[in-house]
Design a protein. Structure first.
Length: 208
């Protein structure tokens, strides 16, 4: 049974990891063909988070294939990926579902915004980290989204491009409203981080 579970998890991680990379590459090719700015493509939190999730899945599969335990550093990076993908799914469903998605292919949209957030969280619940998580690790999980926010606001003010309408002060009514949106998302992020940390420490690992 243990060997079967290992093979299934390896297959699932490789499948979703490679499928996500294929989706990103496909959408990137369309983006380039239409003459859109290449930097803008990589300025979407969704794209960056899905790329990270795909890489984490593939590396996680390699750990299982080699029957090696993940390192504490990898667990921190994996935790970052899980929290970010959960936020991607929630924020898109609540704030962006009715937005014009432009050239985004429907199947890519479904995969990146709906399927992968669920799959990544389920993977965490099915195979929690092999090391005990502490509250301080949430600080590390915050580094990526905070760096993204700082980058987005600085670049947005410089070139006038904001990946998401709630980050654009001209669309939502000023920087104070942007700050409220960001604060709300931060609260969601912290709640999700706490839940994933608690579950990661208390759920049984299905593969050892």
């Amino acid at each position: 049974m243990g060997a079967t579970r290992r093979i299934v998890l390896i297959g699932a991680r490789l499948f979703f990891g490679l499928l996500t990379l294929a989706a990103i590459i496909t959408q990137l090719a369309i983006h380039v063909q239409l003459g859109f700015n290449l930097v803008n493509f990589f300025s979407y939190f969704t794209n960056l988070s899905n790329i990270l999730a795909a890489i984490v899945f593939i590396i996680g599969a390699l750990y299982l294939i080699q029957q090696h335990e993940p390192t504490p550093t990898f667990n921190i990076i994996r935790g970052t990926s899980v929290v970010c993908m959960a936020v991607v799914g929630i924020v898109f469903s609540v704030l962006l579902r009715n937005e014009d998605l432009g050239s985004l292919l429907p199947w890519v949209n479904i995969l990146l915004h709906y399927v992968m957030p669920v799959v990544v969280v389920l993977d965490w619940l099915y195979q929690p980290p092999n090391t005990k998580l502490v509250v301080n690790q949430v600080v590390f999980w915050l580094i990526f989204p905070l760096a993204y926010l700082i980058y987005s606001m600085i670049r947005g003010s410089a070139v006038g491009f904001y990946a998401y309408p709630f980050l654009n002060p001209a669309k939502v009514g000023g920087y104070n409203i942007v700050a409220l949106y960001c604060l709300g998302i931060l609260v969601v992020f912290l709640i999700l981080s706490w839940l994933l940390l608690v579950l990661g420490n208390n759920l049984k690992r299905n593969i050892t």
